[in-house]
Each structure stands twice: as structure tokens, then as C-alpha cells.
Design a protein around this ligand. Structure first.
Ligand code: NAD
Length: 292
């Protein structure tokens, strides 16, 4: 079987170009430029890289971007106040607080505090509820990026068996909801599942979001499956740092219909979907430019 490696970078660039056109058209119609605020607490190097990439892409799409950096020792009250102020700012359509937060700060509190209509990460319980009841809402960016890829790769997903490995609030659970909405038969397997392997081997679509380097080998993959590898794991190989996914790409690629690489697969699509959510939030809010 020839290997179809899904180029998430190219797909994401294409999406961002399309959205840049849309942003231009909206501002020409008198709407305010969509605004994205990103809050970064502390010095986590991976978080700093993610934030830089998000802002770079948002600026490419023509968004108005605000980055607020807080010291790792900042208090819960100080962080709360930043979010409350962003909730009230007219120029900001989307708010993202980069996770993880330092251990003394409550992620749950912050997720609940962000105004649901500006919650471009889609983590607020109101948006989670809307997603699971099939209402239009802001959907977490990574599963949204996965769905975008599947629609382009497969088209109609009706009746397909999708297996999601991992049940996090950020990836696994919203992915399962989206796949159900797309009429798949969905199985979710996790660390406590019994005989997860036999379920995985039945999957037409296998989405892997676990955080264990190269966990999935060819024995877990049905020939002809579409495999989406969400994992991003930094490992040491021959004295060098390297990023790998949760799927053993070299072992699996030749039996798949299509597979995403790491890096260059789901990661760029996640960022493109953050822009998509910010644009959606801006459209929903519909704020016009001030008349001068
Ligand atoms: P998480 O730690 O919150 O959840 C991991 C899930 O995997 C849990 O539900 C757990 O039950 C399950 N699990 C653990 N070991 C397992 C095993 N042996 N078999 C089956 N299931 C098992 O992680 P997360 O936030 O969902 O992230 C998962 C991975 O995806 C990480 O590598 C993370 O860095 C990556 N990630 C990537 C992006 C992206 O933009 N590409 C976005 C979010 C997360």
C-alpha cells in the first residue's frame, strides 16, 4: 500500500490564507478586526513556544493579537483579574489561557471564568455541554483540526468505526463527541480499558491522544485505517532531542490509508483551528469598528 502522509502544515497554511481573506472582507464591511488575547503564566519553555506559534499564525491571518505575560508566582486573584478584564474588553473576541498553569493556580477556576462566547479553546462547561448536545459552539481546537482532516481525507464519515485512544477533556472526549455527531460508531479506549487492542484493530479511523511515545504499532492498526496521531513527545535519540508522536510512524505507515506525521500533522491544524474559533467568536459578537 502506498503511504499517504497527510501534510497538516500545508493544510493549515491553506486554511489560514482562506481565513485571512475572510478577515479582510469583514473589516472592509466595517466590522472590528477579530482580536485574540493569549495569557501566559510562568516560564514553561514548551508553553512559550506554543504561544509564539499561535501568535505568529494569528498575525498571518490578520488578527489583532494581545499577549499578556504573568510571573510564575502570580496570585490566583491577579490571574482572575486579567481574565475578567479581557472578558469585558470590546476589542477582544477570543481568550486563551495557556495550560498547564503553575500548580498553585486553579485551571478549573480559570476555564470557568472565561466568558463562554470568548472561550476559543472550547473548554468552558457551557461549550462542552453544547458540544455534547449537538449545538453550535466553540469546539476544542485539536479535535476540530482532526475532524477537518478526516472530512478532507474521507468525506462522509457515516457508519465508520472510529476508535479514540485517550479520554482527556482537551482531546479524547470532545473528539468522541465530534465523531458521534459525524455519524461514526465511536469507541473510546483508555488506560483502564480491557482488551483495547482488539477494539483498535477494528478501527476505520484511529485517533491517538495518549502522551506515550510510539505506543501504537502495526499490531493495533487495521490495514486501510486512517490514523491521526495527536501525541507530541520529546525524546532523546542518539544524544539528540527529537519529537515523536504516540504512533510508531515507521512501523504503521505502510498499512494505513492515510496517517498524520509528528511534527507537521495535527499540531499546525490545532493552531489553524484556534484562528477559526476566534473568527467564529468575532462573527457571533459582530462588533463594528468605532465611528470616528
Ligand atoms: P492526558 O494526559 O490528559 O490524557 C491522556 C489519556 O491517555 C488519558 O485519558 C489516559 O487514560 C490515556 N492513556 C494513558 N495511557 C494509556 C494507555 N497505555 N493506553 C490507552 N490509553 C492510555 O493527555 P492529552 O492532553 O489528551 O494529550 C495527549 C497527547 O497529545 C500528549 O502527547 C499531548 O502533548 C498531545 N497533544 C497534542 C496537541 C496538538 O496540538 N497536537 C494538543 C493537545 C495534546
Amino acid at each position: 500500500m502506498s503511504v499517504n502522509v497527510i501534510d497538516g502544515r500545508q493544510l493549515a497554511e491553506h486554511l489560514v490564507e482562506e481565513m485571512a481573506e475572510e478577515v479582510k472582507a469583514r473589516t472592509a464591511q466595517g466590522y472590528q478586526t477579530p482580536g485574540l488575547a493569549v495569557v501566559l503564566v510562568g516560564e514553561n519553555p514548551a508553553s512559550a513556544i506554543y504561544v509564539r506559534n499561535k501568535i505568529r499564525t494569528a498575525e498571518k491571518a490578520g488578527l489583532h493579537c494581545v499577549v499578556i505575560k504573568l510571573d510564575a508566582s502570580c496570585s490566583q486573584q491577579a490571574l482572575d483579574e486579567v481574565v475578567i478584564e479581557l472578558n469585558e474588553r470590546d476589542d477582544i473576541d477570543g481568550i486563551l489561557v495557556q495550560l498547564p498553569l503553575p500548580a498553585h493556580l486553579s485551571e478549573e477556576r480559570i476555564i470557568n471564568l472565561i466568558s463562554p462566547e470568548k472561550d476559543v479553546d472550547g473548554f468552558h462547561p457551557m461549550n462542552v455541554g453544547r458540544l455534547s448536545t449537538g449545538q453550535a459552539t466553540l469546539v476544542p481546537c485539536t479535535p476540530l483540526g482532526c475532524l477537518e482532516i478526516l472530512k478532507r481525507e474521507i468525506g462522509d464519515l457515516s457508519g465508520m468505526h472510529a476508535v479514540v485512544i485517550g479520554r482527556s477533556n482537551i482531546v479524547g472526549k470532545p473528539m468522541a463527541s465530534l465523531l458521534l455527531q459525524a455519524n461514526c460508531t465511536v469507541s473510546v479506549v483508555h488506560s483502564k480499558s480491557v482488551d483495547a487492542a482488539s477494539l483498535c484493530r477494528q478501527a476505520d479511523i484511529l485517533v491517538v491522544a495518549v502522551g506515550v511515545p510510539e505506543l501504537v504499532d502495526r499490531h493495533l492498526v487495521k490495514p486501510g485505517a486512517v490514523v491521526l496521531d495527536v501525541g507530541i513527545n520529546a525524546i532523546e535519540q542518539d544524544g539528540k532531542r527529537k519529537l515523536v508522536g504516540d504512533v510508531n510512524f515507521a512501523d504503521v505507515a505502510d498499512i494505513c490509508q492515510a496517517i498524520t506525521p509528528v511534527p507537521g500533522g495535527i499540531g499546525p491544524m490545532t493552531i489553524a483551528c484556534l484562528i477559526k474559533n476566534t473568527l467564529a467568536a468575532a462573527k457571533q459578537r459582530g462588533v463594528k469598528q468605532p465611528v470616528v
